[in-house]
Design a protein around this ligand. Structure first.
Ligand code: S6P
Ligand code: ZN
Length: 188
């Protein structure tokens, strides 16, 4: 007998899967994520807006099963840096992930842990990004509307936020003359 939840619908007003609440990340939750600390402090002094949310589904656990999450990043910037997710590695390093863009415009910043190699990949409506195992990933909204996507990953992937919190990504996604570019943090 099939006992797991097999389908879902998206509530496009709340940006969540119907029946499963979302986790919200506000500006104050993102201490240390933005390169420009002065701009971060200045932004916080004006309020604590919602930056992104994730509504997760875990239909089944165990080997071979998948989990998935609906992410929404609000449009906006701190200084010249676009609103972003904290970013993470999977605790189970081999675990890969597929991101499916549903709405909006943005990018994923990938960084291979073993080599430090970075890649900036477009994510938005009709774009799909594959995140290999052993690769840190952060998502940024570079558009004027919410960036909405689904990430699908192995049930046992887990999240390692600590490694990123310690040293952050090597690159920063920033606005240069009205266009998003990735620059080395050291040069930012
Ligand atoms: C989970 C997947 C996404 C993120 C979401 C928020 O493996 O990659 O659902 O959780 O994009 O990012 P973060 O870095 O706060 O988990
Ligand atoms: Zn992930």
């Amino acid at each position: 007998m099939i006992s797991v939840s097999l389908s879902n619908s998206i509530d496009w007003e709340k940006f969540e899967f119907v029946g499963s609440p979302r986790v919200e990340r506000r500006l104050s939750d993102l201490c240390g994520c933005f390169a420009d600390e002065a701009a971060y402090g200045e932004a916080l002094s004006h309020g604590d807006p919602l930056i992104y949310s994730v509504s997760s589904q875990a239909p089944a656990d165990g080997a071979g099963q998948l989990h998935y999450g609906l992410g929404m990043i609000a449009p906006g910037r701190v200084g010249r840096e676009y609103y972003l997710t904290k970013g993470h590695l999977h605790a189970w390093r081999e675990a890969a992930e597929v991101y499916l863009g549903l709405a909006g415009e943005g990018f994923m910043l990938l960084e291979e842990e073993a080599t430090g190699e970075s890649r900036l990949l477009q994510l938005g409506k009709d774009r799909v990004v594959y995140v290999p195992g052993g690769t840190a990933h952060r998502t940024v909204n570079t558009g004027a509307d919410p960036l909405v996507y689904i990430g699908v990953y192995p049930a046992g992937a887990g999240h390692d936020y600590g490694t990123i919190a310690e040293k952050n990504f090597r690159q920063v996604v920033t606005d240069r003359g009205g266009r998003p570019v990735a620059v080395d943090r050291a040069e930012y």
